[in-house]
Design a protein around this ligand. Structure first.
Ligand code: SF4
Ligand code: SF4
Length: 126
């Protein structure tokens, strides 16, 4: 699940908000995007892939959140690693990119989940 956004790296480009298929993020108020609905995160890594500032950390555990601090993530060298090793964007010439198809898969899954939520009877949403 998405765990954090490193504020000092974020350029406020909004790409992560736009690509998230599960609508997890909201625009920040003068700061990085807000992790508004983490429980909806699909651990798809799309936000990480599209963050050119390498500011987002998504932990591989898709069932629960893990306790990790900004300092730990910065020191770990994990920021941007998934993006790099996926051959995303500027890394396309150096690493094989096997993520492009998954983008469509996750987007469709997100759309289906949103539609199911919208069609759920009002009582079930409470
Ligand atoms: S990992 Fe996927 S679902 Fe989770 S916040 Fe990032 S883009 Fe959204
Ligand atoms: S994609 Fe990265 S730089 Fe852009 S708003 Fe999201 S966290 Fe900030």
């Amino acid at each position: 699940m998405i765990e954090l956004i490193v504020a000092e790296r974020c350029t406020d480009c909004g790409a992560c908000i736009e690509v998230c298929p599960a609508n997890v993020l909201d625009p920040g108020r003068g700061g990085p995007p807000i992790l508004a609905r983490v429980e909806d995160c699909q651990t798809c890594f799309m936000c990480e892939l599209y963050c050119r500032a390498d500011a987002i950390y998504v932990a591989p555990d898709c069932g629960r959140r893990v306790a990790v601090s900004e300092a730990e993530v910065l020191a770990s060298g994990r920021l941007g690693r998934y993006r790099k090793h996926s051959g995303w964007d500027e890394w396309a010439e150096q690493f094989p990119n096997e993520q492009w198809l998954m983008e469509t898969v996750f987007r469709r899954a997100g759309e289906a989940a949103a539609q199911a939520r919208a069609e759920r009877p009002a009582a079930a949403k409470e």
